[in-house]
Each structure stands twice: as structure tokens, then as C-alpha cells.
Design a protein around this ligand. Structure first.
Ligand SMILES: C[S@@+](CC[C@H](N)C(=O)[O-])C[C@H]1O[C@@H](n2cnc3c(N)ncnc32)[C@H](O)[C@@H]1O
Ligand code: SF4
Length: 530
């Protein structure tokens, strides 16, 4: 197991220290400091390389050499492209300020001034120009988490930072988390009118003043709710309501988890117009009623899948409890019949993809959910460029232990160069399996200039399908129909499924049995022609 923070992400504390992640709030292992180091040197320097090598080789339950405990961040499985060097930063966790207006008992911020385990400069503020310089140094960045420990909107240049990043790097996704209390009307209007965040989480743990204040010490529930509500209203006014995801995050503690209080929270959230995101914490005071795997937790989440509500440490424990498979459902083994998917830029390419269900539950729609193969086109360095059309799962892989093969067929990028194809299983509306610790498949993709390549011969491919599945040549009408679908870009795997579905019921079983051979014949024809 590895921690994505070490392979693709960077955490910068308010004193400029670069550390593993929020899992090291005191900066036990400092990789460098943004006041005097260049990030490129640090991120592929010996300390990071050493840490990555350790993660790739250590057993999942070994103590992290930094925190001397099992680290909750190590919940991802490595892929073939997760090497120790040549890494780029795709996500930045930036701590603009490590002071806070509140004193939440389990938050390290409350200890920064009094605990000698924290450095003297642990409570700090990052200057605006340093924060902007950090972003400038990261050309492959996709997302910024504008918070860590401390209240980000106490930083007097918080809005200026978000505004400048939006102006310079409009493609970056911006997320933040706030207790909401220090947001002024001016800040709220700026966020709403200029869309200065894609997602803002309001940390409001309670729906009654007394229980809220038990954790959010020095806070005011009414004020926090009115700030969240004001942001929703401002977004409505400026027409940005659909662009900014405003979330009420509610950590479930012993003192705020009664049915009555939760139902009151639902009612208030409904009136304000925000979704409630429940969180199961692992810290002192954690709810004993709502715990990972409990019946009540399943009811709270309707779908019976509360994994998304777990903090990192609880995720790690969850994985161990379920034999390394989140929810017992999310573990797939994927393999492709070739190392590189290559061809002339802008043309179609195909390969055989084998999918194995290594979980203990079926990937069937009995939960009301749909499963598919998801594909992401990524740059050579791993930056997501585009989601490509998905492919149905092979029927044989739906049951636990099952294994099946599909024809993966896609259009290569229009610009010559090297790319990555990221392949994973998706539970529609829930998650990509890799978010639940299943290893995705990342394969190399190469789009080359012109060459001797010929376009796919659609007539020959449709004839091949007829011969392979029906043992006869195509009739004129059928040939035209299937060719037109193929030429409009419908993937071969979908054509095969539609072909079988369109056949009379007495022929379907035998056609399903012949599908694997049909795929192999189609692929040989494609490979031979290219
Ligand atoms: C340290 S806070 C900093 C940002 C901001 N001050 C806030 O409270 O949202 C970062 C995140 O940690 C969460 N958090 C705080 N105490 C927690 C706890 N005991 N268990 C789990 N998450 C917690 C916060 O709700 C917030 O989403
Ligand atoms: S409001 Fe956020 S940063 Fe402040 S003490 Fe609470 S959890 Fe920590």
C-alpha cells in the first residue's frame, strides 16, 4: 500500500515546510522549505525517493518510519507507473495560516503554542507571494486544497490568493474547508461572484448550539449557519449556485448524534439548500452509535456504503478489517494484452482487456447501481486530459472470483505524443474503484504521425462479426446498419453486445459463447491491417 500524498501530492505548511501530508502536523519529516528550496529539486530529491521506495516495498501494516505508527494515508495500491523518481505534483495541500479563531479539542492547532513537540514557528502565515510562487512552480497541478490546520479565511490575502490563482490557472480545481465564522459579506460576494472555489466545506458539527460548541469551542452555530446560508444566497444572486459545491460537513460525536439532532440538521440543511456530509471521526469523543459497519451507519447512508465518511485512519482500519477490500466490493485485477496502445494520431486502436473480480461481492445491479469500465486519457506525466466513453464489464467478471475479457477500443489523441490510459472499474454515482484502494491499470499510449497505417475497414469488421457469431456472410441491410454504427464511433464491444441483443432468443446463448472468439478474430484483423 502507498500514500498518494508521497507520489502525486505536496503538503506545504504555513511556515513553508514541505511535509508528507496532514498526517504529520508537527513536521517530523521535513523534505524542504518553500522559502529556500525549489519544489522540483525536493520532490525528486533523496528524501522523497527514499520514502517512496519504502512504501513500495514495506508490508501494508508496517510502521511508517516518520510517524512510527501505521499511517492512515497508505490506503492506495501502487500501479506500474508509480516509480520513485520523475514524479510531478498533481495536488497541493496548502496551509495558508496555522492560527485559528476556534479551539476544537482534537485539532493540533490548539497545541501549536503550548506543546513543545511543535516548532516555535509552527503557528505561521505564508505570504501571498510565496503561495503564488508555489503554485507557479507546479505546472502539472490539477487541484489545490486551500486548507490544512488553521482557519484559511483568517489569512488576510485568502481572497486575493484564490482570485489570482483563478485568473492565472483557470483549469485548477479549488477546494477549501472553513468553520465559516470569519467570512465577511465582501468575502462571500467575492467567492460567489468570481467562483473562487469549486467546493467549500463548512465544518459545522451539530444542529443545536450546546452540542456544536462542545467541539467548535468559541464558535457560534447560528453564525456558522448564517454564513453558509449567506454564501448559498450570494451564489443564487450571482448565478454561480451550480458552479460552487457548498457542503455542510457534520462530524458525528457522542454529543451530537441523537436521532433528534440529526433529523433537525437534515431539516436545517434542507431549508438552506445544502447537502449534509456525515463524517465518522477516529478522535476522542467519536460517536459510538454511528461507526463503520454499524447498522445505523448503513441506514444513515441509504446505499449501505459509508466508506466515503471515514477519516484516513479509519479507512486504513476498514481496509484491514475487510481483508484489504473496501466494503468487500472494490477490488479488481485488470490486464491488457499489450504494453503500449499505439497508432497514428486520431485513429482508432483496440486491445483485449481482462477484468477479474477479486472482491467478495458481485458487481451486479442488485444494489440499484451500475458498474462499467472507466477510461481516462492522461498526459505522459499523469495529468487527466479527458474522460473517454466507458465500456460494459464482461459478464463473466460480475460474480466474485469471475474473470472475463472485453475489446477495448478507442480513438487515439489527435496530437502525436506519449500518453497514459488509466483504466478502472466504476460504480456509477459512487466511486472509481481506485478511490477505494483497488489498483487501476495505467498503460502507455502512443499517438504517432501518419505512417503506413490504414483506417479500419468497417466492411471487413462487420463481415468478421457475422462469420464469428452467426457463421454466415452479412446481408446487405445488416451490413449497412452495423457499418454506420461503427463509423459513427460506437466501440466494437458495444456493437457485439447490440448484435447479440438483436438476435432471436434461440441464437443468443450460442452467440454469447462465441463472443470471446469473435473478439480475438476482430483484434487479429485490426492488428494485421495496422
Ligand atoms: C483542521 S481543519 C482546518 C480547516 C477549518 N478550520 C475547518 O475546521 O474546516 C481541516 C478539516 O479537519 C476537520 N476536522 C477537525 N477536527 C476533526 C476531527 N476530530 N475528526 C475529523 N475531522 C476533523 C475539519 O472539519 C476540516 O474539514
Ligand atoms: S476550526 Fe478547524 S483549524 Fe480551527 S481548531 Fe477547529 S478544526 Fe482546527
Amino acid at each position: 500500500m502507498i500514500c498518494r500524498m508521497i507520489f502525486d501530492e505536496l503538503c506545504v505548511l504555513a511556515n513553508g515546510d514541505i511535509v508528507c501530508s496532514c498526517g504529520d502536523p508537527s513536521g517530523i519529516r521535513v523534505y524542504g522549505n518553500v522559502f529556500h528550496d525549489r519544489i522540483a529539486d525536493i520532490y525528486n530529491g533523496p528524501k522523497y525517493v527514499e520514502m517512496r521506495a519504502w512504501q513500495l516495498n514495506a508490508k501494508h501494516d508496517s510502521f511508517c518510519p516518520v510517524i512510527k505508527a501505521c499511517c492512515g494515508g497508505r490506503v492506495s495500491r501502487a500501479t506500474s507507473v508509480d516509480g520513485t523518481t520523475g514524479r510531478v505534483v498533481r495536488m497541493l495541500q496548502l496551509e495558508p495560516i496555522s492560527f485559528c479563531n476556534l479551539k476544537c479539542p482534537a485539532c493540533p492547532v490548539t497545541q501549536f503554542h503550548i506543546d513543545p513537540g511543535f516548532r516555535n514557528d509552527r503557528a505561521s502565515i505564508l505570504p501571498l507571494e510565496v503561495m503564488l510562487d508555489v503554485v507557479n512552480q507546479l505546472p502539472d497541478l490539477e487541484k489545490i486544497l486551500f486548507y490544512n490546520f488553521g482557519e484559511p479565511f483568517l489569512h488576510k490575502h485568502a481572497i486575493a490568493f484564490l482570485r489570482q490563482v483563478r485568473g492565472r490557472r483557470s483549469d485548477l480545481v479549488l477546494h477549501t474547508s472553513t468553520n465559516g465564522l470569519v467570512l465577511t459579506d465582501g468575502m462571500i460576494d467575492a467567492i460567489a461572484s468570481e467562483i473562487l472555489a469549486d467546493r467549500i466545506v463548512f465544518s459545522i458539527d451539530g444542529a443545536r448550539e450546546e452540542s456544536y460548541r462542545k467541539y467548535r469551542v468559541n464558535g457560534s452555530l447560528n453564525k456558522a449557519l448564517s454564513k453558509m446560508s449567506a454564501l448559498v444566497d450570494a451564489c443564487e444572486r450571482f448565478g454561480s449556485r451550480k458552479r460552487i459545491d457548498i457542503v455542510w460537513q457534520y462530524i458525528l460525536f457522542e454529543w451530537n448524534d441523537s436521532d433528534d439532532e440529526l433529523s433537525h440538521a437534515r431539516q436545517v440543511a434542507n431549508e438552506i439548500g445544502v447537502p449534509l456530509k456525515w463524517v465518522f471521526t477516529h478522535t476522542l469523543g467519536a460517536s459510538k452509535r454511528f461507526t463503520d459497519g454499524s447498522e445505523l451507519a448503513a441506514q444513515l447512508f441509504h446505499t449501505g456504503d459509508p466508506y466515503s465518511a471515514l477519516t484516513c485512519d479509519s479507512r486504513m482500519l476498514h481496509l484491514w478489517k475487510h481483508g484489504g477490500v473496501a466494503g468487500g466490493r472494490y477490488l479488481a485485477k485488470l490486464s491488457l494484452d499489450r504494453e503500449v496502445l499505439a497508432g497514428p494520431a486520431g485513429t482508432r486502436a483496440a486491445a483485449l482487456l481482462t477484468v477479474e473480480n477479486q472482491s467478495s461481492l458481485p458487481w451486479s445491479p442488485d444494489s440499484g447501481q451500475l458498474f462499467r469500465i472507466g477510461l481516462l486519457l492522461r498526459s505522459e506525466k499523469g495529468r487527466v486530459l479527458e474522460e473517454l466513453p466507458g465500456i460494459p464489464l464482461p459478464a463473466e467478471s460480475i460474480s466474485p472470483g469471475g474473470k472475463g475479457t472485453v475489446l477495448l477500443d478507442l480513438v487515439l489523441p489527435p496530437y502525436p505524443g506519449d500518453y497514459q490510459l488509466f483504466i478502472d472499474i466504476v460504480e456509477e454515482g459512487v466511486c472509481w474503484f481506485s478511490e477505494r484502494s483497488s489498483p487501476p491499470l495505467v498503460c502507455k499510449m502512443r499517438a504517432v504521425i501518419g505512417g503506413s497505417h490504414r483506417e479500419w475497414n468497417y466492411t471487413a469488421l462487420v463481415e468478421t462479426i457475422y462469420q464469428a457469431l452467426l457463421g454466415r456472410p452479412a446481408e446487405a441491410g445488416g451490413l449497412q446498419y452495423w457499418m454506420s454504427l461503427l463509423s459513427k464511433g460506437m466501440p466494437l464491444e458495444r456493437i457485439l453486445s447490440k448484435f447479440v441483443a438483436a438476435a432471436s432468443s434461440d441464437k443468443r446463448d450460442s452467440m454469447i459463447r462465441k463472443k470471446p472468439e469473435a473478439r480475438a478474430t476482430l483484434l487479429s484483423a485490426i492488428d494485421a491491417a495496422s
